[in-house]
Design a binder for this molecule. Structure first.
Ligand code: FAD
Length: 620
């Protein structure tokens, strides 16, 4: 395995358990038929087993694999040492198929637990987890949209880990603008088409972990309409798969190059040429032409949530590493003894500014985790209630839709910022590669770029998600906060924070109104200008609400323990106090930013739109 390699991954199982069971009561899903074959005990055992797996197999590979990256040599892309064994073990343990349907060989587990498994895997080794993550997304798409014969042909080897998967949207001239896709498809026979074109930046696009790679490729069938409406989706195996499941000939998919990049270096990012020699065949997904974007959106929505989880995962281990360092590193004396040159040196965790950085990281990490698990719980309940309570199922699905761009963009942005703050906490030791935080920072940068840049997420939120169901989803979201504020307005010790949450939520509502006025006044460019600010403000209100909910629970538990005079351990008391302090910090230091953003949105300044191109600089 990894020999003497060091595992720097750190996870906080106590914090995860609190969010799952003390705060969000995820165990409620087991009461529904969809998940009644599982129990909390089984899920907890899976989480613990997953943590053991990542600590033993993928965590120790994170640093060494980053240093060597992937190598393309003689037409073969090689992953770093240890990846093959980690891959084999991963599929042996079955974590990838945990949320997949029982009928297709999965466990049919709830997403609320699956995102925790993903957090552990991405946090221990983000680059490695790209390979199974994309395989899971591709398999899920095939399960939902492919014809039965194609499901039988491709799903078993993908769930067993013999085949992996990718998503192929980007082309050199078509990144955010997917509608500009040039890859072409020409019918050969039935649902089989000849594919020609180049896709770039394809994660897990080539590697040596599996005997085959199944690419899901967006292409335009001859004569199809322009733009995204004319795109179809194809299953394009690297090696052709015969009807009986045996491997055929190579399918003319050539890896032109792999990228050298800032982070996630052990994830091969490939330029792929399809059909250079006229021999590439693809199978139309579901036999349905021009449905490519609708089908791909299933994988993209899953991947957007997965990127949010990546953000949370890297941020969490960055924070916990910085915390461990701050407890050990001795530097300076306490400010209380600043006049005494002989005062003892203290660990840096005793300095106010280091405590500020640590609490900021903690509040954001735990807030993001709660948001991620809450979204996943909404998704589980939307499925579980579909047959018994349609209205509730629609409500839960509406919240998934509304919160997905926030999970993706906020967790992505904050991951990079938290990793940067972790470096700052370490000082110089964080900047050098003896410690893991510089890699975390490099790895985290991609999260705001791929799977739709964060601006594309913000556009999705302001132009689509706010208006969906006639604005009902947003109304539910705001009503829940208003009800919380009303219920807790008199909470001793937290009343000021509850009031601040209410005021921020009302400000957000005013900003949503301003966006509507811009729309109605035809000022679409103004909407796009402030979309990112709106998303961030909404994310901050969301996180503040969740942290305050957690604080109420924690506050109750620590005082209950006191009142009963029972053996509440110091550890428990500190844990719950930490929750209260994290919420207080976020509301008092981060949430006020919502008012600044809302003020700017409503003021409607147009300087970035009105500045002449030459006004940016005369330098070319
Ligand atoms: C490491 C890595 C892995 C990747 N993995 C995959 C993968 O597996 N599969 C895949 O298909 N792709 C993948 N990508 C590609 C990725 O999804 C794109 O980079 C991303 O969608 C942005 O496209 P672009 O890079 O062409 O940037 P552009 O689209 O050129 O955008 C550049 C800037 O302009 C902004 N912009 C663009 N259009 C608009 C607009 N209409 N309005 C306002 N602003 C706009 C963007 O927000 C961004 O700030 C990967 C990329 C990288 C770097």
């Amino acid at each position: 395995m990894s020999g003497t390699a060091v595992n720097n991954y750190k996870a906080d199982l106590r914090a995860i358990q609190f969010t799952l069971y003390e705060h969000l009561h995820v165990e409620q899903v087991f009461e529904h038929e969809t998940f009644s074959h599982l129990s909390r005990e089984e899920c907890d055992a899976t989480i613990e087993q997953c943590l053991r797996y990542v600590n033993e197999f993928t965590g120790p590979l994170n640093g060494p694999a980053d240093r060597v990256g992937c190598v393309l040599e003689g037409g073969v892309t090689r992953t770093p040492a240890g990846f093959k064994e980690a891959w084999r073990k991963l599929f042996e343990l079955g974590f990838m198929s945990f949320p997949m349907a029982v009928e297709t060989g999965g466990f049919g587990g709830p997403h609320a637990i699956a995102v925790v498994l993903e957090e552990l895997q991405s946090g221990a080794n983000t680059a490695f987890n790209m390979y199974p993550g994309l395989t899971h997304g591709a398999a899920d798409l095939i399960e939902n949209f492919a014809l039965p014969e194609d499901r039988h042909r491709f799903l078993p080897p993908m769930t067993e880990g013999r085949f992996s998967g990718t998503m192929c949207l980007s082309e050199p001239h078509a990144g955010s603008d997917v509608g500009a896709t040039k890859t072409r498809a020409k019918q050969i026979e039935g649902h089989v088409y000849e594919i020609t074109g180049t896709k770039c930046w394809i994660s897990a696009g080539d590697h040596d972990l599996t005997e085959n790679i199944i690419h899901l490729v967006l292409a335009r069938i001859e004569g199809a309409p322009a733009g995204t409406k004319g795109l179809s989706l194809f299953i394009v195996p690297k090696i052709w798969v015969n009807d009986d499941g045996s491997l055929g000939k190579p399918n003319d998919v050539v890896t032109a190059s792999i990228e050298h990049k800032l982070g996630i270096r052990a994830s091969a990012t490939a330029v792929l040429n399809f059909g250079e020699n006229g021999g590439c065949r693809g199978i139309l997904v579901g036999g349905q032409a021009n449905m490519g974007m609708r089908q791909m959106f299933r994988m993209m929505n899953g991947a957007r949530i997965a990127v949010g989880v990546q953000g949370l995962a890297v941020a969490s281990t960055a924070y916990l590493n910085a915390l461990a360092y701050a407890r050990e590193r001795l530097q300076g004396s306490s400010v209380r003894h600043f006049k005494d040159p002989n005062a003892p040196r203290v660990a840096i965790i005793e300095h106010a500014d280091v405590r500020r950085m640590l609490l900021e990281m903690k509040a954001k990490v735990e807030g993001m985790r709660t948001l991620v698990i809450k979204l996943a719980l909404h998704a589980d309940l939307a499925v579980a209630l579909k047959k018994t309570d349609e209205a509730k199922a629609i409500y839960h699905q509406g919240q998934v839709d509304l919160l997905t761009p926030i999970v993706k963009a906020y967790c992505a942005d904050q991951s990079f910022r938290i990793a940067e703050l972790a470096i700052q906490t370490y000082g110089g030791a964080g900047y050098v590669n003896d410690n893991p935080v510089e890699q975390y920072c490099r790895d985290a940068k991609i999260f705001s770029i791929y799977e739709g840049t964060n601006h594309i997420q913000a556009l999705d939120l302001v132009a689509r998600k706010l208006q969906e169901h006639g604005g009902e989803n947003l109304r539910h979201f705001l009503t829940e906060i208003a009800a919380f504020v009303e219920a807790h307005a008199g909470q001793p010790g937290l009343a000021a924070e509850v009031r601040a949450l209410g005021e921020a939520s009302e400000a957000l509502q005013r900003a949503a109104g301003a966006l509507m006025e811009f729309f109605m006044g035809g000022k679409i460019d103004q909407v796009t200008l402030v979309a990112n600010a709106f998303l961030e403000a909404m994310a901050e209100v969301t996180i503040a609400h969740l942290l305050m909910q957690a604080a109420m629970i924690a506050d109750g538990k620590r005082s209950q323990g006191d009142e009963r005079g029972d053996e509440q351990s110091q550890e428990d008391f500190d844990f719950y106090s930490g929750k209260v302090m994290a919420a207080k910090y976020y509301v008092n230091y981060v949430l006020p930013g919502v008012h600044a953003k809302v003020g700017a949105i409503i003021a409607g300044d147009r300087s970035p739109l009105d500045v002449a191109d030459g006004g940016f600089s005369s330098a070319y």
